[in-house]
Design a protein around this ligand. Structure first.
Ligand SMILES: [Zn+2]
Length: 276
């Protein structure tokens, strides 16, 4: 009996060593809500040009040997208190079935498990868990910080949803940023949708590199036709950012993941499964 116990202990050790040789970075994709629209004109396309009316709102966690990054924060967690779709007067619907916090618990993680937190931008559907993040270092463009926390907060922002971020240590960025110093996880500055909008490059070893779009595009059609939403802060800057990302994709062979693309989301593994 003791012999078996020793054998099992040895095997367990062997597997834990093998487990450490995991491929990193890893990317976990979470369902952090859905949006629905009756009309897509605000996104710079007509209702005839796409039949897409629903968007996924994902959150992502990047696991790197040097630390863990939260990328984008989904819909406000309070949306989950109401069951099913909730519609506003304009006919826009939102729903959140499980909070990120609940989903992280399945993995033995919580909102204090991140070394870094970064949001593509501060619109309500990207910072929903912001006030729950504890102990992480915030990676944010100076321009976004000024618009979200300055004296003259842009009307589209809802500070109540993210003011807790002001308590975090922050690294204020002015352009691209190599998160862990080895080039494998890089924030790419893509202003235009908001003043300090950013996207995320992740160099996955097995699946190949990807760029998480943020709201550089909302629809595949927008990418094909270079359409700019009417609510972007700067149209020309948006077009420059689109061109810059297309060039990055060409240079690196990375695939662009439009974050709000529900069809794409359906094809990808969801946490606790991951891509690496
Ligand atoms: Zn947005």
């Amino acid at each position: 009996m003791q012999k078996f116990a020793a054998l099992f202990a040895a095997l367990a050790l062997l597997f834990s060593i093998a487990g450490q040789a995991q491929t990193l970075p890893r990317l976990y994709i979470f369902d952090c809500g859905m949006l629905s629209f009756e009309d897509v004109a605000a996104f710079g396309l007509t209702n005839d040009e796409t039949d897409v009316r629903e968007m996924i709102v994902p959150c992502y966690v990047v696991e790197h040997e040097q630390g863990r990054l939260l990328w984008d924060g989904g819909l406000p967690s309070a949306v989950a208190e109401q069951e099913g779709w909730v519609y506003n007067d304009g006919g826009t619907g939102q729903r959140l079935d499980r909070t990120l916090s609940e989903q992280l618990a399945d993995m033995g993680l919580d909102m204090g498990s991140f070394d870094y937190a970064a949001f593509s931008h501060m619109h309500f559907d990207h910072i929903g868990v912001a006030n729950e993040v504890r102990g992480a270092t915030l990676l944010i463009q100076q321009a976004e910080y000024d618009d979200a926390f300055g004296d003259d907060v842009r009307a589209i922002y809802q500070p109540d949803l993210y003011n807790g971020l002001a308590d975090l240590e922050a690294i204020l960025l002015d352009g691209d940023h190599d998160v862990f110093g080895d080039g494998s996880v890089r924030i790419i500055s893509t202003p235009g949708h908001t003043s300090g909008h950013q996207s995320l490059f992740v160099d996955l070893q097995n699946s190949g590199p990807v760029v998480l779009s943020g709201d550089l595009y909302h629809f595949r059609f927008s990418r094909r036709e270079q359409r700019v939403p009417s609510f972007n802060v700067d149209r020309d800057t948006t077009l420059e950012s689109m061109a810059r990302v297309e060039q990055l994709l060409e240079e690196t062979g990375a695939e662009l993941w439009i974050e709000h693309d529900l069809a794409l989301f359906g094809e990808l593994p969801h946490a606790p499964a991951y891509v690496d």
